[in-house]
Design a protein around this ligand. Sequence first.
Ligand code: ADP
Ligand code: ASP
Ligand code: MG
Length: 401
Amino acid sequence: MKLIVQKFGGSSVADSDKLYNVADIITKAYSQGNEVVVVVSAQGDTTDELIEKAKSINRNASKREMDVLLSAGEQISIALLAMAIQNLGFPVVSLLGWQAGFITNSAYGSARIEKVNTSRIRNELDKKNIVIVAGFQGINKCDNITTFGRGGSDTSAVAIAASLHADLCQIYTDVEGVYTANPREFPEAKKLKEISYNEMLELATLGAQVLNNRSVEMAKKYNVELEVLSSMSKSSGTIVRSVAKMEKMFLSGVVKDTNITRVSVTGVPDQPGWAFKLFSMLAAKDINVDIILQSIGRNGTKDITFTVIKDKIDETLKILNNYVLPLETSKVIFDDNVAKVSIVGAGMETHAGVASQMFEALYEEQINIQMISTSEIKISVLIDAKDADAAVRSIHRKFVR
Ligand code: ADP
Ligand code: ASP
Ligand code: MG
């Protein structure tokens, strides 16, 4: 007997047929003699619809109330899935995040899991129940509902798998695994048999939505092996583990992210401390900055350019303008018609010339690079948003055969 955690994303449970399809997968694993804990997301676009509904009532609703609202999406799907499983004649119980023992901090909307008290889940498994848990939610020390941020159900599944020392954690989604590029936009993308935690973490952080980056971080920390696979097909998926077997190519993926804005603070004094001042003010408001470029000082001033995610731009401009407006030489400008295109691969560390090949691919499409940033296993470039797809295609052609 194995203990299996299975997670099904929103598209896998979007309607009755899909719920029954998922119920078949679950009950098959159970019938083979396994203990099965299932994590589900809200159906289809429910979470987006709830956010729109909230905006129509109050655009500045508190994060606490948003979490009460958004957690309802998962509440609906666990109950409906349990009903489908009951109808197939199997013992099942659905649990909300708090019933399943998810204790979090109080960062509404992006709460971190502090621990999972698994006694209730264990108890239900001992009673031979299939246990269905609502993803992406928990409870804080004041007994308030919290949610983990978009895509957070992946993290719920990994947290349960880690806490229960599950034998297997399967992430069922609407594609057959992790690909070398988003397979919905780039049909030439290839499915990876395996990928390491580190590479998956980079891909997820750089915009490959297939796994939430926090779930990968947690899987790496607790050494939970993940299998990403499709709920709609029987093909084998992708294994995410600490060391992935090297395939022929050393690049694991090309990712694009158009959810970013480039911000420049021009004409700040060419003196020590400016980068520190600007970025510490943004950090204090929890605004993450990415690719950073600082110009060489000229005529006593310099420019600092960086990127932030699109929905932080208003707050960023407000903070920076307040600060630099009194300076006569300085101004803040931004451009949200930009995209970050990145390549990720552990093999990069040992292969020379990867960057030049990437830049050659961009040159072949006459794509201009605005900014570049590199780390051991990734290279990112900032380019015009309209060039993003051509860039991914060209880079992919160069590296993946
Ligand atoms: P779920 O609802 O199951 O959580 P998501 O929509 O969050 O599913 O994630 C699956 C989607 O991730 C796919 O439909 C695919 O378009 C997208 N995706 C982006 N990059 C990749 C990639 N490199 N490999 C696989 N899927 C990717
Ligand atoms: N329903 C939430 C979302 O849409 C959580 C998830 O799907 O993982 O982001
Ligand atoms: Mg998801």
